[in-house]
Design a protein around this ligand. Structure first.
Ligand code: 5GP
Length: 122
């Protein structure tokens, strides 16, 4: 189980967020530091710290995040143009908040690969 994070506080309405979708199992809100014209975070209400903590019992909850992504894409009109879903894991994956979240990025052609290699050259 995940520790209390900023995202638990958003779920509990202890801190504000620009919420765009909610159901019994998931919440979606705008990322505070958007990396694309549309940058949403889709999170399970059940706290799961990292991808490494997903198991058979929580798999459906995590799979549901993709159902929410596809619903939002259809509702907001970018399903056909396309979009990207990313979930970072731990330090090398760039994870900073330890309550799993699906980044939903859209609104322009997105570059690939999506990372900057931080290793020093030579
Ligand atoms: P990670 O790096 O863990 O994959 O992504 C965490 C994301 O959460 C980042 O894109 C960051 O901008 C976003 N974030 C961090 N704190 C807050 C917050 O208080 N509110 C919102 N809406 N987004 C946040």
């Amino acid at each position: 189980m995940a520790e209390e994070t900023i995202f638990s506080k958003i779920i509990n309405r202890e801190i504000p967020a620009d919420i765009v979708y909610e159901d019994d199992h998931a919440l979606a809100f705008k990322d505070i530091n958007p990396q694309a014209p549309v940058h949403l975070l889709i999170i399970p209400k059940q706290p799961i710290a990292t991808i490494n903590d997903i198991d058979d019992e929580t798999a459906a909850t995590v799979g549901h995040l993709y159902v929410v992504a596809s619903k939002i894409a259809a509702e907001q009109g970018f399903a056909e143009d396309g979009y990207r879903c990313v979930m970072n894991c731990n330090e090398h994956g760039g994870q900073t908040v330890y309550h799993i979240h699906l980044h939903l990025l859209a609104g322009k052609p997105l570059g690939w690969p999506p990372y900057t290699d931080n290793k020093k050259q030579g």
